[in-house]
Design a protein around this ligand. Structure first.
Ligand code: ADP
Length: 552
């Protein structure tokens, strides 16, 4: 027997429509790409202009399923193109400007993008690759005629001219909720980048899950600042969540440094914000150097890589801001777990709570999770046993675009039991709290046991004079691999090998102690702000540990 409720396809156009009808005057503030100043608009205006985008796209021959790309910061215009394309059933493809131009061209060609909207900051990238993009019919610079770049880009038009004269009367929705809505490529640290193709349904469901009370928990009274870019896995759903709930939205544009983010947090009275740890390290340094406080911020979501203890403590203990530690990945839309404490944790000491909050947390509703060994046999939930972390859910990828990396004859990227292998290694405890111990390819195998590089890094980054820390496995004749600690000092600081090792002592198991420490000027970061271990392994490929030399 079927239920007797209405048919209301879960398509994302309904989200902005809801904002237009219920929060028409709620503000969206953007740091202008052209001037660095602040511009202000409303959900009503964004809806209106997004409708114009749809009409303008359709007039130029863009239709259902066509890929429309953006190479853009978080701005009101990006949001308009986002909904203008998705609303009509085109696929909004976010290109990541932090990749190399050749990689961006490869991805745009693989996606067969028909149009690219770009911020003028990225004009040199577009000028360099435009001739290599045979499928792109036109380029739109996200600016007005006065700021239109004078570059050699064919079929180029300024955004304001592109939408001008188009009516705000486009038809949105009316298609199956499983229709593709967005496309985002993984950064391709292993092999070619792979396209994750979100559906309308997956975005709507994930947006609702991401805003559950124990996760973002934002409401109409909140002021939300997504520092995490829209090109990084849906801005962690915030581009859907904010219009769903009618919160004020603050878009940081191109300026993500500590001072600029601080100015927005205070100036716009932000209550909730989200970004990767590197952004928060910059903000905290800026605030500490200038002796500043936060007067309105209540919650900060941190994910993309593990939250360093010093960041957690600074926010919670020094500034009274609650940290929501989140784990996820592009393939999961992206949020999988949240680190909010359970009633069982409330009885624990503050130090125990901090330890728990440094873990990646428990599954969001819509996410199923398990850890297994190499044979696929489930490992116990005792907080100790490591295993490959597998996930399943309505906002988890089933296959990559064009069946890249397929694991079965249906073209799916799934294990035989239908779960997706995250590539992470984790533990799960009795309360369902998950802890990432490593990416499978970064885990250090020493004497048949696994050492978690992440754990050591998180502790080392708290040592005096340390700006960033990385741990990689280095070949060892007796133990297989041993950890090498690589340190990027803070400007002007010169921490020594002995100081760093003394700092770690007692905080990690003896056999986890790095065999050596190397100081580098800069630890390389990848396109999503994470430590680029591949590059580090390359740099240190000739390096031999002192313990190896001794063993020889
Ligand atoms: P990319 O592979 O493009 O860097 P993602 O941004 O999707 O893509 O990265 C997902 C990965 O980032 C996860 O599989 C995990 O290894 C890591 N990650 C994300 N959040 C956390 C976190 N809170 N703690 C530790 N690792 C994390």
């Amino acid at each position: 027997m079927l239920g007797l409720m209405q048919d209301w396809p879960l398509t994302v156009d309904k989200i902005l429509d809801h904002a237009r009808l219920n929060y028409p005057r709620r503000e969206i503030v953007t740091r202008s790409i052209e001037t660095g100043g602040l511009s202000r608009t409303t959900y009503y205006n964004v809806w209106r202009r997004a409708q114009q985008v749809t009409n303008a796209l359709q007039e130029r021959g863009i239709g259902l399923g066509d890929r429309v790309a953006t190479l853009a910061w978080n701005t009101e215009r990006h949001l308009e193109v986002w909904y203008g394309a998705m609303g009509m059933g085109a696929v909004l493809h976010t290109l990541n400007p932090r990749l190399f131009p050749e990689q961006i061209a490869w991805i745009a060609n693989h996606a067969e993008d028909k149009a690219i909207f770009f911020d003028i900051t990225f004009t040199p990238i577009i000028a360099a690759i435009a001739a290599k993009l045979p499928n792109v019919k036109f380029f739109v610079a996200l600016t007005d005629r006065d700021h239109l770049p004078k570059a050699d880009i064919p079929n180029l038009i300024a955004y304001e001219d592109f939408i001008e004269g188009h009516t705000p009367e486009a038809k949105w929705g009316g298609f199956d909720e499983n229709t593709a809505a967005g496309l985002c490529y993984t950064s391709g640290t292993t092999g070619d980048p792979k396209g994750v193709l979100y559906s309308h349904r997956s975005n709507v469901l994930h947006g609702m899950a991401a805003n559950s009370v124990d996760c973002f928990g934002a409401g109409a009274a909140d002021v939300v600042l997504p520092v995490v870019p829209m090109f990084h896995a849906n801005a962690w759903a915030i581009a859907f969540v904010a219009p769903m709930i009618g919160s004020k939205l603050v878009m940081p544009g191109a300026k993500l440094d500590g001072q600029s983010v601080y100015e927005l947090l205070e100036g716009e009275k932000v209550t909730f914000t989200a970004a990767v740890p590197t952004v928060w390290l910059m903000l905290l340094n800026y605030m500490q150097e200038n002796n500043l406080k936060l007067s309105t911020l209540k919650r900060v979501a941190i994910g993309g890589s593990a939250v360093p203890e010093r960041v957690l403590r600074a926010f919670e203990e020094d500034y009274g801001v609650e940290v929501i530690h989140a784990w996820g990945m592009t393939e999961m839309s992206p949020i999988g777990t949240i680190g909010k404490l359970l009633p069982d944790h409330h009885a624990m000491s503050h130090e125990e709570q901090i330890k728990t909050k440094l873990k990646q947390g428990r599954a969001l509703f819509t996410v199923e999770m398990k850890i297994v060994d190499d044979e696929g046999v489930e490992k116990p939930h005792d907080g100790k046993a490591f295993g490959r972390l597998l996930v399943k859910g309505p906002a988890v990828a089933r296959a990559y675009f064009k069946n890249a990396g397929a694991k079965n004859e249906k073209g799916e990227c799934l294990e035989p039991d239908g779960f997706f292998d995250t590539g992470d290694v984790a533990t799960l405890d009795e309360l369902g709290v998950m802890q990432i111990t490593d990416r499978a390819k970064d885990v250090i195998k020493s004497g048949g046991e696994w050492i978690s590089s992440i754990d050591i890094e998180n502790i080392a980054v708290g040592a005096e004079g340390v700006a960033n820390a990385a741990v990689i496995g280095v070949a060892h004749p007796k133990w297989d691999e041993r950890p090498l600690l690589i340190i990027e000092p803070k400007p002007g600081a010169a921490p020594t090998r002995e100081q760093l090792l003394a700092f770690l002592e007692g905080k990690i198991a003896k056999w986890w102690m790095p065999d050596d420490v190397q100081i580098v000027e800069k630890i390389p970061l990848g396109a999503t702000g994470k430590i680029n271990k591949l590059a580090l392994r390359e740099t240190f490929k000739e390096y031999r540990l002192p313990s190896t030399q001794a063993a020889e």
